[in-house]
Ligand binder design. Structure first.
Ligand code: B12
Ligand code: SF4
Length: 349
């Protein structure tokens, strides 16, 4: 049978004429907004791919999905109290649960668009990422600048996006699509961040500076101890230990059990205290405005006072920060898997 006579081909050809006509009309923004909210998002905005705010990631986006014309940015709320709990298992459950939800929402949006004949892709909320590129940029799209451009909030001093209503208790998702949209959004005209600096005070490794500078290495070494670089360093501890006894001198039983937990149930963050204490956002700010000292007592102090191991690179600013600010926390010197990759970096002139 000739290809043109195959039943599938005949049916598709008859539908194609209609689809080609529809492809040139921009997608209706109201219809799309409804679709995203119905899929389970709490807020949504649209950005054209040519926007200046996306300049530094446009090439990456086009490399991963060349026909991208627009981006759908959406947020899903996290429950606040679990994120604030000093029990990190409770906070991690909330991060993982909402993270999965973001991925589900993005998947549903793409499924509907695909049925409508519109090509779209849904990069992950977090993981999996492009690990063959590690330790360079391993993520497909930077959700934060897209969300800011789409009018879903601004980054606070702690570099997380704060939604004007939900505060920073949100995770972000992005869908890339091969269609224009009838209406695009602009950034919110104020920053919900109150500049209260509670995030600065809460971070155990001093990663958040009062001027908004973020110490990536400090956060990554502690908070991401059981992810990429911290995991590699743990493997090296196993390789270098000559016996079980020596391994246990390097890695405590709770640390081994914690690594098992991360490998079995999804990698666990060690802190995220910056996000936990943030009082910004209409839905969040009430109790803080009514009684600041109660917010300090019930939300900030329990995290500051928690006795815990804090992972630091030897001689780093993070190490001095723990020693000075949190003498009851135990700094543990570790490698973070970030190695100089070039000859110049290994042998600086
Ligand atoms: C890389 C990354 C990190 C890195 C760097 C954080 C950062 N500020 O960029 C680390 C590992 C430290 C991290 C930590 C956390 N992250 Co994170 N992370 C990402 C990721 C993959 C990309 C972020 C990004 O676009 N950075 C680039 C630009 C836009 O950010 P920037 O602040 O202007 O610049 C920073 C980076 O360039 C970084 N940097 C500098 N040098 C290097 C080198 C390397 C190798 C890397 C990887 C990064 C890096 O430091 C700069 C200063 O902040 C996104 C997911 C995604 N695909 O978008 C989630 C994301 C930003 N993370 C998120 C969360 C929740 C967290 C944590 C709270 C995790 C946790 N549960 O503990 C903490 C918060 C730390 C903080 N205060 O920022 C959420 C934020 C949600 C929100 N409301 O904004 C995101 C958007 C995931 C999501 N889909 O919701 N994260
Ligand atoms: S804790 Fe305060 S300073 Fe930090 S991001 Fe939130 S509102 Fe801004």
């Amino acid at each position: 049978m000739k290809l043109a006579e195959h039943p599938t081909v005949k049916r598709v050809r008859s539908l194609q004429a209609q689809v080609v006509e529809e492809r040139h009309a921009p997608l209706d923004a109201d219809w799309l907004r409804h679709l995203v909210l119905e899929a389970g998002a709490d807020d949504v905005g649209f950005v054209e791919v040519d926007r200046p705010e996306l300049a530094d990631q446009r090439d990456d986006i086009r490399r991963f999905f060349p026909p991208t014309k627009s981006l759908i940015s959406f947020v899903c709320r996290m429950n606040r109290e679990p994120i604030r709990s000093p029990a990190r298992s409770v906070a991690n459950l909330e991060f993982h649960h909402t993270g999965d939800h973001v991925n589900d929402v993005a998947h549903r949006i793409v499924a509907v668009l695909e049925r409508e004949g519109i090509r779209a892709v849904n990069p992950a909320m977090g993981f999996p990422m492009e690990m063959d590129r590690f330790p360079r940029k391993i993520w497909v799209v930077s959700h934060k600048p897209v969300a800011v451009a789409a009018g879903l909030g601004h980054m606070g001093i702690h570099r997380n996006v704060i939604h004007p209503k939900f505060g920073n208790f949100i995770l972000l998702g992005t869908v890339l699509l091969d269609a224009e949209i009838s209406e695009y959004h602009r950034p919110v005209d104020f920053n919900p961040c109150l500049e209260c600096k509670l995030c600065v005070a809460a971070c155990p490794v001093g990663a958040v500076s009062p001027d908004g500078h973020f110490n990536f290495s400090a956060c990554y070494t502690h908070n991401y101890r059981e992810f990429m670089g911290g995991f590699t360093n743990w493997v090296e501890q196993i390789a270098e230990a000559k016996s079980g006894v020596e391994y246990r001198q390097r890695v405590s039983d709770p640390e081994s059990a914690s690594m098992w937990q991360s490998l079995s149930f999804g990698a666990n963050y060690k802190a995220a205290y910056c996000m936990a204490v943030c009082p910004a956002g209409e839905d969040v700010i009430g109790p803080y405005l009514n009684d600041k000292s109660d917010h300090l007592k019930t939300v900030v102090r329990p995290l500051q006072e928690k006795a815990e191991v804090v992972y630091v690179v030897p001689g780093s600013d993070a190490e001095s920060h723990v020693v000075k600010r949190f003498p009851h926390k135990e700094p543990k010197r570790v490698g973070n898997g970030i190695r100089p990759r070039s000859i110049e970096a290994r042998h600086p002139h």
